[in-house]
Design a protein around this ligand. Structure first.
Ligand code: GLU
Length: 492
């Protein structure tokens, strides 16, 4: 394919939505795969709902994710990529349609239209414009408009014609004009509506492929009619499956976070989010799950986009993110530390190398599915030991008695840990500590659980925590001995 040009045209009526990112990503991947160009424009003609802050959020978000494309609102100094800057162009196109009698002014009042629809409902007919103003003469219409009468502009559509197109995802799609009516394309000559603006923009910007959410599929025949009326070439269309909540309802704020900022703030890595979104409605034949951006570009084709809805599975996102975190830690701990730094809270240490060692420790591998979890894992290693009951230490299940701990296990553990000389945070010491403590089991003729469980509880004060050797390494010798004393006190 030559000269592929695609577009992402969000409306700035809310923060950057996860669905917009998926659409932008598929456009980006398709354009790059085909060696084409992606245009980023802002559909801001809805003056009441459009806000500058939303526009900024959308632009910043797509730029940060690296999928904003090659031309458009995000390029400094660019002009003409906001619909609000193109009103004159739309007016010219509307005038052309009026002059050629392909569109007409409609003076019907709201009351008349409501009345008409009510009657249609009663007669169990679909609500369609009845063509009342369709045959007004151009001169009369012109006079009334000039006299200040309010009028919308409607497209005159063929009466009985099949509008068909081959959707690149969904296949042949056809609708008869009988199912449509002469729809409104502008509220006034200088107040165009979405269907008109989108068609004029797609034509002027040389768009060859319109790739967008399935919620726009019913708009496509209408837009094809406008393309034809204006004598413009109709682009190819590809409609992407809807993103669904787990209960298969349309992705909604009530059931999932929908703003990209929320995901980033929670500690999802941008690359992981993109990887996850790439799989939300597309896959490779071998079901590969983790891709670099270059691989996605190389492998992405529209014929592998799914027709059915794509379920937003947050567990899968957590898994993908966890994989990216694992790789980021292994690849460059210093860089990862900078990324995770803003998420590290309530950790009373400025010892960066200690934290880096913990993050790298194999015992913590796979423990983080989000950056926000790093603090939760680190906190027990730096917080004062919580109070805990003796029964947690002398667990019945393992037939441990306080006496056994007081006389044998805890003094022995103290002896082992006192005898080792180690530097806090040096994970290579973990094996020495582990071997020393495990040896107690044989020495005292007890079971594993009877020795290792109480030591871990004594060191953490928690029912669940990292293993005892890892804990010991990061708590440091002194703190370990102090905690063993607290445990001894509890067994008296
Ligand atoms: N502005 C439209 C939206 O945000 C995009 C329409 C289109 O892709 O044609 O849904």
């Amino acid at each position: 394919m030559t000269n592929v040009r695609v577009r992402i045209p969000p409306s700035p009526t809310g923060l950057l939505h996860i669905g917009t990112v998926r659409t932008a990503l598929y456009n980006f991947l398709f354009a790059k795969h085909e060696g084409g160009t992606m245009v980023f424009r802002m559909e801001d003609t809805d003056k009441e709902r459009s806000k500058k802050e939303y526009e900024e959020d959308i632009i910043n978000g797509l730029v940060k994710l690296g999928i904003a494309g090659d031309e458009g609102v995000h390029i400094p100094g660019s002009k003409g990529f906001r619909q609000s800057e193109r009103i004159e162009v739309y007016t010219k196109n509307l005038q052309k349609l009026l002059d050629e009698n392909k569109a007409y002014y409609c003076f019907c009042t709201k009351e008349r239209l409501d009345n008409m629809r009510e009657k249609q409902r009663e007669a169990k007919l679909p609500p369609r414009y009845d063509g009342c103003c369709k045959n007004l003469s151009t001169d009369e219409a012109k006079k009334r408009v000039e006299a200040g009468e309010k009028a919308v502009i409607r497209l005159r559509i063929p009466e009985n014609e099949d509008i068909s197109f081959k959707d690149l995802v969904r296949g042949e799609t056809c609708i008869n004009c009988k199912e449509l009516d002469d729809f409104v394309i502008a509220r006034a000559i200088d107040n165009p509506l979405y269907h008109l603006t989108v068609v004029v923009d797609d034509h002027d910007m040389g768009i060859t492929h319109v790739i967008r959410g399935e919620d726009h599929i019913s708009n496509t025949p209408k837009q094809i009619l406008i393309f034809r009326a204006l004598g413009y070439e109709v682009p190819h269309f590809a409609h992407l499956p809807l993103i669904l909540n787990e209960d298969k309802s349309k992705l909604s704020k009530r059931k999932n976070k929908v703003s990209v900022d929320d995901y980033l703030a929670e500690g999802y890595l941008p690359e992981a989010l993109l990887n996850f979104l790439a799989l939300l409605g597309w896959n490779t034949p071998d079901e590969q799950e983790i891709f670099s951006m270059d691989e996605l570009i190389e492998k992405f084709t529209l014929d592998r986009v799914h027709k059915g809805g794509a379920i937003f599975d947050i567990k899968k996102l957590d898994w993908v993110n966890g994989e990216y975190i694992k790789r980021a830690i292994a690849e460059n701990i210093d860089e990862f530390f900078e990324t995770v730094k803003p998420f590290i809270k309530n950790i009373p240490t400025d010892d960066e190398s200690l934290i880096k060692n913990i993050l790298k420790d194999p015992d913590f591998e796979g423990r983080f599915s989000k950056l926000s979890e790093v603090s939760e894992v680190l906190e027990p290693l730096f917080s004062p030991i919580p109070d805990y009951p003796t029964s947690l230490l002398a667990l019945d299940k393992f037939q441990i008695t306080p006496a056994m701990l007081k006389d044998k296990v805890l003094p022995k553990a103290k002896e082992v840990l006192s005898g080792i000389d180690w530097e806090r945070g040096e994970s290579s010491k973990s094996k020495v500590i582990s071997d020393g403590l495990v040896a107690i089991v044989g020495e005292l003729g007890l079971k594993n659980g009877q020795v290792l469980w109480p030591i871990r509880v004594a060191l953490s004060g928690l029912e669940k925590s990292p293993n005892f050797a890892t804990l010991a390494v990061y708590l440091g010798k002194e703190e370990c001995l102090k905690r063993l004393d607290i445990a001894l006190e509890k067994c008296k």
